[in-house]
Ligand binder design. Sequence first.
Ligand code: GUN
Ligand code: ZN
Length: 436
Amino acid sequence: MQTTSNVQAYRAGLLTFHADPAFSERAHSWYEDGLLIVADGKIQAIGDWATLRDTLSPDTPVTDYRGKIISAGFIDAHIHYPQTDMIASPAPGLLPWLEQYTFPTERAFADPAHAASVADFFLNELMRVGTTTALVYCTVHPQSVDAFFTASEERGLRMIAGKVMMDRNCPDFLSDTAEQGARETEELIKRWHNHGRSQYAITPRFAPTSTEAQMELAGALARKYPDTYLQTHVSENEDECKWVQQLYPNARSYLDVYDHYGMLRPRAVFGHCIWLDDQDRARMAETKSAAAVCPTSNLFLGSGLFDFEEADKTGMLMALATDVGAGTSFSMLQTMNEAYKVARLKGSYLPALRMFYLSTLGAARSLHLEGTIGSLAAGNEADFIVLDPQATPLLARRTGRTESLEEMLFALALLGDDRVISATYSAGKLVHKRES
Ligand code: GUN
Ligand code: ZN
């Protein structure tokens, strides 16, 4: 019998993963009438209502979410919080988009009050779409990182973020230097890495905006602090790839530039990975680096189509991601919608179960956080979301007729967005409730 008063229980359909559905037939558990028990911010038990109900003390509150689905919170493996206000800004491709919109927008984050106000809106938006953890780019300004973690810690969220390092091919007002970028990064690691639920990501923006001296120092920090994250962009756009070839003529490939500086390692997450070749993908797998796959961004900027099939041949880690502000939605459901179509255009197929995996446990594995977040397993932090299959009239009609879990999740992914997220919980605390 549970006796403690800090126990909370939730009755709903429960969906959780133990493995990758692409490689395992028994990858998920589905409890149609399930019970999730949470104590002290952690998951204590998960199972069928009929089995677990008798383990509850009579005074344990049970929130009745019957008709809804509880899943682990979504994890967004690549997003730029400073780009919130410029989402949906049109430009003919990545490089003009960076020049015209991104750099001027990021300039404003020198002001800590502006950074705090955008961080606040951004985190509210993540909660509204059911994203409980994200790997986040800040700007070149250290104060943009302080503002972000201050806001995420106020809410008790598990977040990973870092200061952009860039010391060339960018406006002077956004440029650090190799030494300054490394010093500020190290100070931020000491201030924020493993501070509460915050973790730090060393963040060279991408190879074209760092000198070789900066790449060297970023790689040295990645070796000195092996349990930090490292995030950057790779092989997103063909013009960008050609540019990298000119800037680093001795590298075998764009990914090889990062490899040369020792940046391929567990907890290194590379945004996009569209134009990788077989050797690159094998190297990603071998080094346990992860790809952040950003379909709404890639379609929006016309960057290209990620090859899920070739990636799966190597078993490399991957996760879905929005890449807002080039991404056009904060919602991981909308991200799945576009990922599905990208896979179709490449002649392959992404089942809904796989897409939910790639937004939960698959992402946690990519971040080496399995056992902490990403699944509804006893002992994990209680970051979970409540999805409503009847959130809109159309969804209610469609999901009223679906004949399997796969069909139901597929409808949620293709038709759903923030309206599907009834509630978001972080470490057992309600952080968003949708007004209906
Ligand atoms: N490559 C370098 N910086 C960026 C950025 O901010 N967004 C995207 N999509 N690609 C980049
Ligand atoms: Zn990005």
